[in-house]
Design a protein around this ligand. Structure first.
Ligand code: GTP
Length: 252
């Protein structure tokens, strides 16, 4: 009986999240699944199911979505789109992903709000910081769309900015590798893996975690970043529960 009790206590303890409020950065690639472009139904639904579990832990969850699965970069074959125009096109792509994720989450019974940095009232709410925080307090998953609303800024930078604004405790950066390495692990099989690393090392070694603007913003404001593999089922929840998953970027 005692051990059963202990077991229950242990399970209850294991389920205690390490974070109260998070900002998850999902690149557009996360939605494309095996088809390599666009939105893959089963993939987005499985992301929604994982997010439902995280949400059920009582974690206030905000998500910044990228758009690379729909539009990537200004350079098209035989036609170079102006950088700012290309960036705006990318921002519009993130709105499409945000709406797809909203739909998938709501099919799982999770209430959501999409807030766009570019105003398009017929489609979703405009980003208003205090409103975003209120939605989170009310238990809604907040999906940020259209990056910062400005060209020349990545959705990583937008994630860092919004994380600070909404007072998230960490940025969870989903990738397709285990975390941070000193070289691309898909190209260099013996690349060194970091379980923890400082912002300064990331910048000085030019490690491909997030772009320098995003890392600098996090460094200046002490925002921890956890980089982890999104392709492993259950990983978002593991990170949220504080398990040793991925790599952590911190000041020390
Ligand atoms: P509370 O006032 O905290 O309950 O928040 P709420 O979001 O439920 O209230 P509101 O009445 O503002 O929103 C109701 C619905 O309308 C929600 O699905 C919102 O996402 C949506 N909504 C609110 N503002 C806008 C907007 O500017 N544009 C669009 N397209 N939808 C909006």
């Amino acid at each position: 009986m005692a051990s059963k009790k202990n077991g229950i206590a242990r399970i209850a303890k294991q389920q205690k999240p390490a974070y109260h409020r998070i900002l998850l950065k999902l690149s557009g690639e996360a939605f494309q699944g095996p088809q390599g472009f666009g939105i893959h139904g089963e993939t987005i639904l499985s992301i929604a199911r994982e997010l439902k579990e995280v949400h059920a832990l009582g974690v206030e969850t905000a998500i910044m979505v990228g758009g690379g699965n729909i539009f990537r970069g200004a350079r098209q074959k035989g036609f170079e789109i102006d950088r700012a125009t290309g960036d705006y096109m990318g921002m519009l792509a993130t709105v499409i992903n945000a709406m797809a994720l909203q739909d998938a989450l709501e099919k799982e019974g999770v209430f959501t709000r999409v807030l766009s940095a570019i105003e398009m009232k017929e489609v979703c709410e405009p980003f208003i910081r205090r409103r975003a925080m209120r939605h989170l307090e009310k238990g809604r998953v907040v999906i940020f769309a259209a990056g910062t609303g400005n060209p020349y800024f990545s959705t990583d930078t937008a994630a860092a900015l919004r994380a600070m604004e909404i007072k998230a405790e960490a940025i969870l950066k989903a990738t397709r590798v285990e975390g941070i390495y000193d070289a691309d692990p898909e190209q260099v099989p013996d690349a060194r893996f970091f379980t923890a690393i400082s912002y300064r090392e990331v910048l000085s070694q030019n490690l491909k975690v997030m772009d320098a603007t995003a890392i600098s913003l996090c460094m200046d404001n002490g925002m921890p970043i956890v980089v982890f593999n999104m392709n492993r089922a259950g990983n978002i929840k593991r990170v949220v529960l504080g398990e040793r998953v991925g790599s952590k970027v911190t000041p020390a």
